[in-house]
Design a binder for this molecule. Sequence first.
Ligand code: BEZ
Length: 397
Amino acid sequence: MRLPIRLSFSAPSRAILLALGAAAVFGTAQAQTAAPPLKVGLMLPATGTFAALGDMIERGFRLHVQEQGGKLGGREIQYFRVDDESDPSKATDNVNKLIKRDNVDVIVGTVHSGVALAMARAAKDSNTMLIVPNAGADAITGAMCAPHIFRSSFSNWQPGYATGVVAAGKGYKRAMTITWNYAAGQETVKGFTEAFEKGGGKVIKDLNLPFPNVEFQALLTEIAAQKPDVVFAFFAGGGAVKFVKDYDAAGLRRNVPLLGSGFLTDGTLEAQGSAAQGLQTALHYADNLDTPRNNAFRKNFALTFKANADVYAVQGYDAAQLLGAGLVAVKGDFAKRDGMIAAMRKASIDSPRGRFTLSASHNPVQDIYLREAVGKNNEMKAVAVKALADPGRGCRM
Ligand code: BEZ
């Protein structure tokens, strides 16, 4: 991966710089110094169950910057990185490394909703610009919304709600849900329940376990005993791999259909193998969207990283596109932050997922696809809900 070139000055070159400075002071030269690099702080998981997700987000972000010649709006980008370990108890200290120690201009992060909530608090307190490239915590573009906080991904409510629409449309009446007991799990299940019950179904029981535990056996036994029409699951990363394999190994797939928000099978299909084949999920991206934009993105991603892109890579790529839209509007002058924010608010992002705009609370308004796991791809079956906008509950801006 190409890193920004840092210049280190030898003694003679320092002398040249001093001479140039003096010439400018005395009006004998019109030398203009280039703006310094824009400092972007990437706070993502590099360890733990979400490590692969953080890696894909960073790759996507850097790919877009690289495609723009290493610059956004004419500004070179300098990266600062912190591993947040998907640990909310360390989140405030971690984000302050970027804000107070590294003095970054913009923070990009993270994956885990609990960590992202602490980041949003710190971004508000310090008035630092924040772009969230995954974590769906509803409050970030709800009650905690702010002019300088943006999201390039989704709210937890969105894929949950869309999967509820799908489940009700399939005629299921009795559902059980299963997830980790933290903001992303709870809010995704809430979205599912809202749409499923509006469509005539009933959630008979919510099952959960602490994040990031993967001891599913007792809960699977309870599903087998209750025999619902359908199970809705939210898991992601390493936990999703284990859950899908355990669900299959317990023999449940033959008797109780499993639906998930798309994180259940995104970036995980190779590890899940045959246990995931045929699983249907709902998400704002599908691997095989046959558009010139998605095809070009996937090709360039594969060439650059020798790996297939997934939804996390798309969200990282679009975080860079969103930042770029702001910087282009002010010709790279970050001091014109109000102008940047205005441009980001009204940006139309040409994403591999399909073009999207932002809601008034800065969350993507986007199509949610029904997908099916076929081979190594989450293939698009239908648009589950068109242009789904998060309600942005509690946002006043
Ligand atoms: C979350 O914590 O918001 C989250 C984590 C992984 C995938 C999707 C959402």
